[in-house]
Design a protein around this ligand. Structure first.
Ligand code: HT7
Ligand code: ZN
Length: 875
């Protein structure tokens, strides 16, 4: 396969002005007529007009009114080229495709008998021949024709111009999008759907129509998505002064979808998982996900659609920025400072769980990658989540107002343009009169920087020096990294636990947190007028996506865990206390030594658990131990079985020592009355269900009864699923409960996904049990949500079974990467990533993992998607 390099970018040879698309929709044989006007791009040297096309049959091709003979164009396997085309061109292209055979879910496909599209990144070329690249922006008009009975709803981007009946039981709808857009934002839906709709008044007084389209039977699950959409519209007006630019905004839910959702202009298409919710079927986490994803796709309307990417290497320009915006939106929706902190802690956990490992593995890449084989492999936690951290650092460095000025300038300069990450950085710098040249390295250098701190208190001079140094590990293709520009937020705690007033080199800071700007390999910062030896709280609010090394003593960590006013670092102190012990326990398991946990740690956990001044949500987070994946990242040689045993020992000890307090919290955090997904109630349920999970680690009959009662009497899915999960993890025979859960929810696909996922992730589910579950009539590899629910949860969330010593789960993985690849390469390539960290495992496991990777690499045919992942893993 061919590698594409960022440095090889050349402007398109032709620019497109208008696109008129006509669809005669038929599952087996859809005819697409495409009339497109283009002119030669003065910025290009080439006169060859190159169009992309894949898996489509060319039926007719006319240029400026004349049919082109085969000698006048070159039809390659993925391109159609018209050499030396005239300066002004009108092309008329007719093609055929077979949506019902399209299992890749890219391009035009059929899901549950209806038509949907997915064009990002390169799906439009599976619909028609076109210069399918994001820097070609054009105005689209779309005519849809289809059988009226089977497809009563015909939707596309923008505004509905007209609709009516045709002969033969068919009907049509004509849509026009008033804005220029790249082809990846094109969408159509032809389906049997119903909608919840509302007229909404923007701050300017303009009225817009909002619609949420779902399959019949799901109209009782659209309220939260609609409310989230309205909240998103209002938030973007208030926080960024950005107004919805269309008269109509539609969300459509589809059951077969490769990712979370897609921001097509005016016609967002969503995975049902991020639309459908009512208390019976959706958990608190589902509700939070819906709010975040609805916000995310809506915010793309400006960050992504109005201003888009010049090329796919710039993906984080829209994705990092839009994730940051959705994170801020969710935090603002909670409203309280402690609620914001809880959302921030969740973001840090995601980074450590998924992004740090990616940044240290064979697929490591900069936020703005330099090369790729398959762009779909680069919709990654690095581009999204680390990209969001990079955007957040602008706000940390420039303040909220400075950040807003930068955003305003960005839109002023680049509206309706396709631009680069550098343009965003320039807007931030220019709007604030700042030099952000060094900040560029966050986009160009992969790897997680390590910041090491050391401190020195001089009692006589009343100074406190913090020396920060930085280094960044080598990553594939990148060695010898240069220093980053890192904002390090620092506070100093006194012996009374209070924040000290801060002065830096004699200058009063005016806040109890100072943002130190680390730009050199090593720098010392001097706090003055420091009257006592402080405990430093470094990297407050996780001010940069780095690993912080500081030789904290237990006493210092306990102090921070008890007092830090920065909730993120308060939580972090608890995680450090736990991690140090988990690593020792893991070593002890491996050596067969006796395991023990100190009373100090238990006492600290107890203190947080019962501290009623803290939000329940924070207490829950503080009590969740670092995951097995995060522990593994701390080890030179990973022994998944020792990690599992050590963590289980710690959980069991906490459960035993804190049993009365856990039971009391279980009872105190009940949420009687009608279900509400608000943060406070969700936090209480979270803490209560964490307590339940602990109580069920070594359950007696009383605990089992408690869980069984919650399972049977729950009035919402959060509590029901939590009870079932606790029962599964208890190791008791829960077949009857599993069956009754399935029987109750067999008609709810998203709940059946949960049912598979819970079993896939349970430490007593081995590969044989997974194979058996795959025989269940409800299981299919064809539906990505279902495949993810069982296979991904087993391969990614069940490390002690996935790394079974006989290697049987690795064989299972190889078999299913290959099987999935034949259906859906994007989903297969995601599963292939489960082996990324294989070189860190003990030799016996490594050998078997390599063999499994080689088996996949040898398989033929193999998609570019999977080939890129496994060959980079083996390189
Ligand atoms: N921008 C969207 C990306 C997306 C996507 C990419 C590749 C293949 C399928 C896809 N579905 C959606 C989603 C987003 O970030 O908003
Ligand atoms: Zn996005």
């Amino acid at each position: 396969p061919q590698t594409i390099f960022r440095k090889d970018y050349t402007p398109p040879s032709y620019l497109v002005h208008t696109v008129e698309l006509g669809f005669d929709l038929d599952p087996a044989r859809t005819i697409v007529a495409n009339r497109v006007t283009l002119s030669r791009n003065p910025a290009s040297k080439s006169k060859d007009l190159v169009l992309h096309g894949e898996e489509i049959d060319l039926v007719a091709l006319r240029m400026n009114g004349k049919t082109l003979a085969p000698g006048q164009y070159v039809l390659g396997s993925h391109t159609l080229t018209i050499p030396k085309a005239p300066a002004e061109v009108t092309l008329e292209i007719e093609t055929l495709c077979a949506p019902e055979l399209n299992t890749t879910l890219s391009g035009l496909y059929v899901s549950n008998g209806s038509f949907y599209t997915q064009c990002e990144a390169e799906g439009f070329r599976r619909i028609t021949y076109f210069p399918d690249r994001p820097d070609v922006m054009a105005k689209y008009t779309v005519m849809l024709r289809a059988d009226k009975q089977r497809y009563p709803v015909l939707l596309s981007n923008g505004n509905l111009l007209e609709q009516g009946d045709l002969d033969g039981g068919r009907h049509y709808a004509k849509w026009e999008d008033p804005f220029k857009k790249p082809s990846y934002l094109f969408a159509l839906v032809a389906a049997r759907l119903v909608c919840q709709e509302e007229t909404y008044t923007l701050k300017s007084g303009r009225e817009v129509l909002l619609q949420v389209w779902v399959e019949e039977g799901n109209l009782d699950k659209t309220d939260y998505a609609m409310q989230s959409l309205k909240n998103s519209i209002r938030w973007d007006e208030e926080r960024f002064g950005l107004e919805l630019d269309l008269d109509r905004f539609m969300i459509v839910a589809v059951g077969d979808f490769n990712m979370g959702a897609m921001e097509n202009k005016g016609l967002n298409i969503f995975n049902t998982k991020f639309v459908l919710a009512n208390p019976r079927v959706a958990t608190d986490i589902d509700y939070a996900g819906i709010e975040a994803v609805v916000g995310h796709e809506y915010f793309h309307n400006w960050t992504g659609n109005r201003v888009t990417c010049r090329d796919w290497f710039q993906l984080s320009l829209k994705e990092g920025l839009t994730v940051f915006r959705d994170q801020e939106f969710s935090a603002d929706m909670i409203g309280t400072a402690s609620g914001r902190a809880v959302t921030r802690i969740d973001q840090v956990r995601t980074l450590r769980q998924a992004q740090f490992p990616e940044d240290a593995g064979p697929m490591a890449h900069p936020v703005r990658p330099d090369s790729f084989v398959e762009i779909n492999n680069f919709y990654t936690v690095t581009v999204y989540e680390k990209g969001a951290e990079v955007v957040r650092m602008y706000q940390t460095l420039l303040g909220r107002e400075g950040f807003r000025k930068g955003m305003d300038l960005y839109f002023q300069r680049h509206d309706e343009q396709a631009v680069q990450c550098d343009d965003f950085r320039a807007a931030m710098a220019d709007a604030n009169g700042r030099d952000l040249a060094q900040f560029e390295r966050w986009y160009s250098q992969a790897g997680t920087p390590v910041v090491t701190a050391s401190t020195r208190y001089d009692a006589a001079a009343q100074t406190y020096d913090i020396t920060l140094s930085q280094r960044c590990p080598d990553t594939p293709g990148q060695t010898g990294k240069l220093p980053f520009h890192i904002p390090v937020a620092v506070g100093l705690l006194g012996a009374d636990g209070k924040d000290m007033a801060l002065a830096l080199d004699g200058e009063v800071v005016g806040a109890t947190t100072a943002v130190l700007e680390l730009k050199e390999a090593e720098q010392t910062f001097r706090f003055t007028s420091v009257r006592e030896q402080p405990v430093p709280s470094i990297l407050r609010d996780f001010s940069a996506p780095v690993v912080l090394e500081y030789p904290y003593t237990d006493a210092e960590l306990l102090h921070l865990f008890r007092y830090d006013s920065d909730a993120v670092n308060r939580w972090e102190a608890g995680q450090r206390l736990a991690m140090a012990r988990l690593l020792k326990l893991t070593a002890a398991v491996a050596q067969g030594a006796t395991l023990a946990l100190d009373d100090t740690f238990i006492a600290a956990q107890r203190a947080v658990l019962v501290d009623e001044t803290l939000d329940a949500a924070f207490r829950e987070l503080a009590l969740v131990l670092p995951s097995e994946t995060i522990i593994a990242e701390q080890m030179e040689v990973v022994d998944p079985h020792a990690i599992h045993a050590a963590r289980q020992f710690m959980r069991r000890t906490i459960a035993r020592e804190l049993a009365p307090e856990l039971l009391a919290q279980y009872q105190a955090n009940q949420t009687p009355g009608p279900y509400s997904p608000d943060a406070q109630s969700a936090g209480k349920r979270g803490l209560k269900n964490l307590a339940l999970a602990y109580l069920l680690i070594d359950p007696g009959s009383a605990e089992l009864k408690l869980a069984q009662r919650q399972f049977e009497q729950a009035t919402n899915m959060t509590d029901r699923a939590a009870a079932l999960s606790a029962l599964i993890h208890s190791g008791e025979d829960v077949r009857a409960s599993l069956q009754s859960f399935y029987d109750d929810f067999a008609g709810e696909a998203l709940v059946v996904d949960k049912w598979f996922a819970m079993q896939g992730a349970a430490p007593n589910t081995d590969v044989a049990a997974v194979r058996k579950l795959m025989q269940h009539p409800a299981f299919t590899l064809k539906n990505p949500n279902r495949a993810r629910s069982l296979l991904f949860s087993f391969c990614n969330a069940n490390p002690s079974q996935f790394h079974a010593k006989d290697g049987s789960a690795y064989d299972f993985w190889a078999e299913h990467v290959i099987a999935l690849d034949a259906l859906n390469p994007q989903v297969a390539a995601r599963l292939a990533r489960s082996m990324d960290r294989w070189r860190r495992y003990a030799p016996a496991l490594q050998d078997q993992m390599r063999a499994a990777l080689e088996r996949v690499a040898r398989a033929a045919p193999l998609s570019n998607d999977v080939m890129e992942v496994v060959s980079k893993a083996l390189a």
